[in-house]
Design a protein around this ligand. Structure first.
Ligand code: IVH
Length: 514
């Protein structure tokens, strides 16, 4: 029975199989399907049709349903998700999951190279250079080639068991290929979502009235820490591997060799990994990658430079949180040009007025940006941006997008200069100026400040009122159900039901939460 090469898909009725025969077929199917997964996801060279694959997969499911005692935690049927958990179990890592020291400037990178050469005592050091994936870091552990568990990074020493969620990722093998595998292999990799999948998912979230994720990294983190793995199984998650955390029963002496072994075992690596021996080559690689960055289907925010030889790594050792043998060389933040449509003034929790640019939506490194802060009036004056202007927008990682500068256009008629309003745009109260800043002095009688205040009060860092987000706060304030903090505690379930999007159950839940 071999389901690897031109597999047969005509099967006997499961009821006619003895347990022994079922076990043999299940084993062969698991091996076969795992192999086809590997061909498809790692090699990109499938040998059977989707229909044949589905038949094999369904047969395995059918057999496991008929013989539940033959189910196993590393069976591919786990890829469709498991029953939800109450909470994620804590997991101690096989080795500390360190973070990387980051450099932005050439000078810091040169220093790193000098440091390495001095401390290894060699001028002929080999470096492995990889993209720095902007995803969610995980540990995955295989014993005798079988998936055992996977965990989030957590604080580096202890993470959370997300095995059920990881198992649903198609590109993650539950069994390693080849007989020649370590007895224990703990690897580190990055879970991420392709740009297209991310955009599609966010569109669906918006349509369903849910909050969209700010970027693919947040999406990956949010999804991978779910308690219900079925909600992970339907998301287009992917994974790449880039480091060994612990290995037993196998000799690995350089990182480059490890990266060659990974795909043979079925662990996907990135196609941009390279080996270099000089700063100049590393810098050239980085420039090329910056140029091709936008054509990649996933987000990267830099490159990682790593010492190749494991014995040299050991010689250099680690600091408290990061290894001395590796350095992340970050990319400069992403910039895009778009048109500024309008400047609106936002009133914050403290009453402070902030000018905000409403932009023609533009994709800045995989995230659609349609608003950007202009900080304060002086900034707007200095940058001299006006509605209708062409502007450059910058987004650095998590940071709120910002209007960097105006792009002058010859012969274009410009609109009037911006100035702060004399009255609060929300409540109409006369504005007061304190230094460079403008405030609405109306306090909680200004609906914008009341909303800001309530959102802050309900936030996780404060009262942690679950299910009481900005949208709900706004509609309560707008319908004048609350006009100060104390009003929250006078709310009745019947009133909450009246709000848009609420029904009896959700209203009761919010009432309880308050
Ligand atoms: S190696 C000790 N390689 O960057 C070295 N990390 O703090 C362990 N990351 O959270 C990390 N791409 O998740 C390594 N090619 C790569 C990486 C990478 C992304 C992440 C990692 C970590 C962060 C650095």
């Amino acid at each position: 029975m071999d389901f690897k090469h031109s597999p047969k898909t005509k099967f006997k009725d499961v009821r006619k199989l003895s347990k022994k025969a079922a076990r043999r077929q299940i084993e062969a199917l698991r091996e076969g399907i795992e192999y086809h997964n590997y061909l498809y996801y790692v090699q990109n060279k499938p040998e059977i049709s989707d229909a044949t694959y589905d038949k094999l997969f369904r047969r395995l499911q059918e057999l496991e349903d008929a013989f539940p005692e033959l189910r196993s935690r590393d069976s591919l049927t786990q890829k469709v998700g498991a029953p939800p958990l109450d909470k994620l179990k804590k997991m101690k890592h096989s080795a500390i999951m360190l973070s990387l020291n980051a450099a932005l400037e050439d000078e810091e990178v040169r220093k790193f190279i000098d440091f390495v050469e001095r401390n290894t005592g060699s001028k002929q050091v080999t470096y492995v250079v990889e993209p720095k994936f902007d995803g969610f870091s995980v540990e995955v552990v295989y014993e005798k080639g079988r998936f055992m568990y996977g965990a989030t990074r957590g604080d580096g020493e202890t993470g959370e068991d997300i095995s059920n969620n990881l198992k649903t990722i198609s590109a993650l093998p539950l069994r390693l290929q080849q007989a020649d595998v370590p007895s224990l292999l703990a690897v580190r990799g990055e879970v991420f979502m392709h740009r297209k999948g991310f955009q599609k998912m966010n569109k669906q979230r918006i349509e369903r009235g849910e909050e969209p994720f700010a970027n693919p990294r947040n999406a990956a983190a949010g999804i991978m820490r779910q308690l219900d793995s079925k909600k992970v199984a339907d998301k287009p998650m992917d994974i790449v591997f880039y480091e060994v955390l612990k290995v037993e029963g196998y000799d690995l002496s350089t990182h480059w060799d490890t990266l060659q072994k990974f795909p043979r075992w079925g662990l996907k690596t990135d196609e941009h990994n390279r080996k270099f021996m000089s700063y100049a080559d590393i810098a050239a690689y980085r420039s090329k990658l910056i140029d091709s960055r936008d054509h990649l289907d996933y987000e990267i925010d830099g490159i990682v430079i790593k010492l190749d030889a494991y014995d040299q790594r050991e010689k250099l050792g680690t600091r408290q949180r990061s290894p001395r043998w590796a350095l992340a060389w970050k990319f400069p933040p992403k910039k895009e040009v778009t048109r500024l449509q309008e400047i609106v003034v936002q009133v914050g929790r403290t009453g402070m007025l902030t000018p905000v640019a409403l932009l023609q939506p533009v994709d800045v490194g995989g995230v659609t940006v349609s608003r950007a802060t202009l900080h304060n009036e002086d900034e707007v004056r200095k940058k001299d941006v006006r509605p209708g202007d062409k502007v450059q927008v910058i987004r650095a990682g998590d940071v709120i997008p910002e209007v960097l500068q105006r792009i002058p256009e010859k012969g274009r008629q410009r609109k009037k200069k911006f100035s702060m309003p004399g009255k609060c745009p929300v409540c109409g109260t006369e504005i007061v100026k304190e230094g460079a800043y403008y405030f609405c002095p109306n306090g909680l009688s200004c609906p914008a400040q009341l909303v800001g205040h309530l959102v802050h009060y309900a936030s996780r860092q404060a009262m942690n009122i679950e299910g009481f987000g900005e949208k709900t706060v706004k509609s309560m304030v707008n319908s004048e159900m609350v006009s100060d903090l104390a009003d929250l505690y006078r709310l009745q379930v019947e009133e909450i039901i009246e709000l848009q999007g609420f029904a009896e159950k959700s209203a009761k839940q919010l009432y309880q939460a308050i």
